[in-house]
Design a protein around this ligand. Structure first.
Ligand code: P1T
Length: 384
């Protein structure tokens, strides 16, 4: 059985990798080289001519991630934003994008404050509202971009429904699967054309690498993206690819524990009077809980909650935590907490934040894989 036909846990450990043919090394070596000797001018060993274009450690990671997402092709980048940028480079002035209204602040900034200067029109739309989604398409629409669950409000968007709307109109659908991870949700199998990851998060899992990835099934689309990857050159180094390959070997185990811990923390917060609203896709109270159950096989490690007393109250709570660290980012083994209004989403215009419900009292938990009783105990002592 080849690793590519195997079940998820086996693919996580083996896909794209085999013992090094030269030495038998079990781990894919860190091919820390910028260039490759050519046996004759213009003749390469495999496709290795220069490390911006191709590198064996990166190639193994790209194959591994493609397999985990049920795709045919993977491309890796120096950050999640660089991966998104590669997709946006497929557009031309005059094109229009339907963008999910609740996205990472840096995503919002890239679309609305970088690509607006290149003549790309953007509509921010609540894609949980299917009528609003349908109404947003224009003749010039070339791309729909969404996250699900979204950052930070954890809305769950029906990928299959969006894919059907896009397919009928010849619009490309890109899904940022960073919060769900390939363990819980595979957008390509639901009809998406491109899956994007900030591999800085659950794929890396240890808060020690910044990276990004795109996964596709269509060979033509892959070639167009690869052309930009090589032309722009925002590629990750071999050491970072090695660290990510090491991390994907445990992603299924880590994510399972993230889900278990987050469910318990969410239920605890929901029962606590200091939190006026708790958003977690696994709670029955989540407005799209049914969609989450349909398209995900677990609900992830992220929780968003509203505190009763506004910014100062939230600040006091965050400062008193001892196990949770106050930090941007998410998806690592250690628990993090942040205030979206002044941290990850500070670059989103205030009126847009208000419309989305990103209030000053909102806090976002990235629940790690520590002992969950210690996490709950930490929350209790910080509130006390
Ligand atoms: O930070 P970078 O690797 O460039 O990835 C950007 C990005 C893309 N997509 C999603 C859903 C993200 O959450 C991010 C980065 N997010 C944070 C740093 C954060 O704390 O939300």
């Amino acid at each position: 059985m080849s690793a590519d036909n195997a079940r998820f846990a086996t693919r996580a450990i083996h896909a794209g990798q085999r013992p090094d043919p030269a030495t038998g090394a079990i781990m894919t070596p860190i091919y820390q080289t910028a260039t490759y000797a050519q046996p004759s001018p213009g003749k390469f060993v495999e496709d290795f001519d220069y490390s911006r274009s191709s590198n064996p450690t990166r190639k193994a990671l790209e194959a591994n991630l493609a397999s985990l997402e049920g795709g045919a092709f993977g491309l890796c980048f120096g950050s999640g934003c660089a991966a998104m940028d590669c997709v946006l480079h497929q557009l031309k002035p005059g094109d229009h994008v339907v963008l999910c209204d609740d996205v990472y602040g840096g995503t919002n900034r890239l679309f609305n404050r970088v690509y607006d200067k290149h003549g790309i029109a953007i509509s921010l739309v609540d894609l949980t509202d299917h009528d609003a989604a349908r109404a947003a398409f224009r003749r010039e629409t070339k791309l729909m971009w969404l996250e699900t669950p979204t950052n930070p409000m954890l809305k769950v968007i029906d990928i299959a429904a969006m894919a059907e709307m896009c397919r009928g109109r010849g619009v490309m659908l890109a899904v940022d699967n960073t919060f769900a991870t390939p363990v819980l949700q595979n957008p390509l199998s639901l009809g998406a054309d491109i899956v994007c990851h900030s591999s800085t998060k659950y794929i890396g899992g240890h808060s020690d690498v910044v990276g990004g990835a795109l996964i596709t099934r269509d060979a033509g689309l892959h070639e167009r993206l690869k052309f930009v990857q090589n032309s722009v050159g925002a590629v990750p180094g071999p050491m970072d690819c090695f660290l990510l390959l090491r991390s994907t070997k445990t992603i299924h185990v880590r994510v399972q524990r993230h889900c278990e811990n987050a469910m318990k923390v969410a239920r605890h917060l929901e029962a606590h009077k200091r939190f006026t609203r708790v958003v977690y896709p696994g709670l029955e109270s989540h407005p799209q809980h049914a969609v989450a159950k349909k398209q995900m096989c677990g609900f992830g490690g992220m929780i968003t909650a509203e505190m009763d007393g506004g910014l100062e109250d939230a600040r006091r709570f965050l400062e008193r935590l001892r196990v949770f660290s106050i930090a941007e980012s998410l998806g690592g083994v250690e628990s993090l907490i942040e205030s979206p209004a002044i941290m990850t989403h500070a670059s989103v215009p205030p009126e847009q934040r208000a419309r989305l419900g990103i209030t000053d009292g909102l806090v976002r938990f990235s629940v790690g894989i520590e002992d969950v009783d210690d996490l709950i105990g930490d929350i209790e002592q910080a509130l006390g």
